[in-house]
Design a protein around this ligand. Sequence first.
Ligand code: ADX
Length: 178
Amino acid sequence: MLLQKGITVWFTGLSGAGKTTISKLVETELKKSKLKVEALDGDIVRQHLTADLGFSKEDRQKNIERVVFVAKLLTRNDIIVLASFITPYQQMRDYCRREIGSLVEVYVKCPLEKCIQRDVKGLYKKALNGEIRGFTGISDSFEEPINPEIIVETDQETAKESAAKVLAYLKQHRYIGH
Ligand code: ADX
């Protein structure tokens, strides 16, 4: 029988760095093994659970607090939670770790210039034009994560390779296995 222990995999990184892409690959692999997984993604969560919030420091904090509340419940019920949020400030990431306890932080690292080049959602263009204020990396800060368990460099490796690193970690630390 396949076993799983609850953990939240917290993907942090700039918009467009690849958090969602990697998370989806990890999700697909885990589901192939019939494991119970729940994905919480910034772009989706912000349309529902935190639709009332914007991107000020206070609102970002509230966004993360609500997500952490949910992630904590799922994690303690042995679900594997894949949380993808920019989580730009170290103090927020410390909060996630403290609250959830069973957490692995994945820094989805990609140079800002590369994210601007990719501009998947066209938001960097708007931010650079001044159409969006307080945009992470442009007009709001992204503090480099201090103690992530995993760093994936999405300008240097494929999404599949990044996902494999996450899966290997979960196996090595016996969050998943036989
Ligand atoms: S967080 O800062 O609170 O962790 P979250 O991950 O939920 O952010 O949402 C980020 C997503 O919201 C981005 O990928 C982007 O699509 C969108 N977005 C809209 N405005 C902003 C902004 N000012 N800064 C960053 N992301 C923004």
